[in-house]
Write a protein that binds this ligand. Structure first.
Ligand code: DGJ
Length: 565
């Protein structure tokens, strides 16, 4: 053999050996030491999602209701979503497709979705469309839809059946639980080594629409019985931490610890709602438990939240996981990990405040894309330590380059830093609005002042649209990484310290694999906000600060500061 040939042969031999070793390592990992299944883990004051043994920031998008029923329909969608910098896609999986005949399962669509998601390096959240979707029952198996004797419907106060499966029936609960458990057994078989599926949504926006409660005879019987002891025990044990609006209903009815639903909570539609919330929670808890017994993944339910025009429960789905019902879900459905709001209303910060009480982890499975969605996503992960964000109808988003994909690109770059700082008091975010056009966050040694861009020291024009946002991370004693759009930012010393804050160094740039890659060094017009220096000094400011243009979408800057006196 010639020397060249010998070298080539030995290189080839080593390559074969290296490949064989890598394969062996992977199969050893998959037998013994593969990372645990995705799970939730406490990090400071928040809960994070852990995937492949590492915290994971879910940059999601939910496809339209029927898209994921067809593998072929989804084929061209996946690469577009990956291009938009999503890392996770929320896809409905329907009972009607996985169990077309009772006891006969067909997971071909699920398998197709998994294969194509993996090809595009995307994770999945499966939305289990079993008994309910937006209150109604339309996704359950055909053999369930057509057998109303075995699977009865909700009856309204006038005796009319509604297109909603009743929670007061074990056949329905057991059949749904069996189907869901089969799905989870299958997901474990085909995915526990690759962990493409990272979370489950149980049903979709449950509750009774059209009436405040089910008036079927089974429901009426349950309503006339004593409140179950599990709920009464929970009330007594958690008396001091019950959410105020729920505690008030109980207190107003005399804080009784026994009696019928109307004895304990009083007469009225609020009691109907409490009764339904308990029953939806118990029903779904049984299904989630059956699924987790096969393969335990973090599980959430999503709420159709109360709309301003709603007059009472039934205008919105009565008994869903709305904020006022959280205690009932905590008591009745401990297997459900997160009670998540679908947010299409403008007061995004106010709604997050309501849905993050009692240490409920923050996840927004449905909201908006566009510039407003970008602001929402920044605010949720920066200010509320959210696990993730997901606009609805992502496959219909026309623009792969618009402000929303750009926001996800920035959040993706920042995700190691965001995950490190969430829940530790070193990260914050603001979302400017007409009502709150200028906002401050105290982080580390400085107060960060965020406001709309303005001409020198001209007053903020609150009649113009305001929608800027910023996420600020305190990365060192005098250092911040800031990302934002449509804002200008100045810094004050935090009292009792005194002095004026100067910008030592400002860079714009990007992160790649957690490494800062500086671009332009920013100075001059790019940081000088005003020239009336004496007036600025009287305001405690140097006159310079950070500018984030609204037109370019969010960008990242890194700034170090000093104080002069
Ligand atoms: C909320 C639902 O949860 C979604 O499935 C979808 O129907 C949207 N509404 C439509 O806006």
């Amino acid at each position: 053999m010639k020397a060249r040939q010998i070298i080539r042969t030995s290189i080839l031999g080593s390559l074969v050996l290296v490949t064989a070793c890598a394969q062996l390592k992977r199969s050893v990992q998959s037998i013994g030491t593969a990372p645990a299944a995705p799970h939730l883990q406490k990090h400071g004051t928040v809960a994070q999602l852990v995937v492949d043994g590492k915290p994971f920031l879910l940059l999601g998008g939910e496809v339209h209701n029927s898209s994921s029923s067809s593998v072929a329909y989804m084929k061209p969608v996946w690469p577009r979503l990956a291009k938009m910098h999503l890392n996770t896609v929320l896809v409905p999986v329907s009972w009607e497709q996985v169990e077309p005949r009772e006891g006969q399962f067909d997971f071909s669509v699920v398998d197709g979705l998994l294969t194509d998601a993996r090809r595009n390096d995307l994770r999945l959240v499966l939305l289990w469309m079993g008994s309910w979707k937006n209150s109604t029952s339309r996704y359950e198996a055909d053999w369930v839809k057509t057998d109303q004797a075995r699977f009865p419907r909700v009856i309204d106060r006038d005796g009319k059946p509604l297109e909603i499966l009743s929670t007061f029936n074990e056949n329905t609960r057991n059949a749904d639980a069996k189907a869901f458990a089969s799905l989870m057994r299958h997901v474990k078989e085909v995915d526990s080594h690759q962990r493409t599926v990272i979370m489950i949504q149980m049903q979709n926006e449950v509750g009774v629409l059209g009436d405040s409660r089910d008036h079927s005879s089974a429901a009426n019987d349950a309503f006339a019985k004593p409140v179950p002891s599990e709920l009464v025990d929970y009330l007594q044990k958690n008396k001091d931490t019950l959410l105020p609006e729920f505690r008030k209903v109980w207190d107003d009815a005399g804080s009784k610890v026994s009696g019928t639903w109307e004895d304990v909570f009083g007469k009225g539609t609020r009691t109907d709602e409490i009764f339904m919330a308990w029953n939806y929670a118990r029903f779904m808890n049984a299904i989630v438990e059956a699924g987790k017994a096969e393969y335990s993944l973090p599980t959430f339910v999503n709420a159709w939240i109360v709309q301003p025009e709603d007059k009472g429960p039934g205008d919105y789905p009565s008994g869903g996981p709305q904020a006022q019902n959280h205690d009932l879900y905590r008591a009745g459905a401990p297997a459900i990990d997160i009670l998540a709001p679908d947010i299409y209303l403008p007061d995004f910060p106010g709604i997050l405040a309501m849905y993050s009480r009692s240490a409920n982890p923050v996840l927004i499975p449905e909201s908006r894309a566009g510039g407003g969605g970008a602001a929402n996503a920044f605010f949720a992960v920066g200010q509320f330590g959210a696990i993730g964000y997901s606009p609805f109808g992502i496959d219909g988003l026309p623009d792969e380059e618009g402000p929303f994909p750009r926001a996800y690109s920035v959040l993706d770059q920042l995700s190691p830093l965001i995950l490190e700082h969430q829940g530790k008091g070193t990260i914050g975010a603001v979302w400017l609005s007409q009502q709150k056009p200028s906002q401050k966050i105290v982080l580390g040694n400085y107060t960060v002042n965020i406001e709309p861009p303005r001409n020198r020291n001209a007053p903020i024009n609150t009649s113009a649209p305001i929608g800027g946002y910023a996420l600020v991370i305190n990365t060192g004693p005098d250092e911040y990484v800031v990302a934002g759009s449509g804002v200008q930012i100045t810094f004050y010393v935090k009292p009792p310290a005194t002095g004026i804050v100067g910008l030592t160094k400002v860079e714009e740039g990007t992160f790649k694999n957690g490494q800062w890659l500086p671009g332009r060094r920013l100075n001059g017009d790019e940081v000088q906000l005003r020239y009336d220096l004496s007036a600025a000094a009287a305001d405690g400011l140097s006159g310079s600060g950070l500018r984030f243009n609204a037109n370019t979408g969010p960008t990242i800057q890194r700034v170090s500061l000093h104080v002069y006196k």
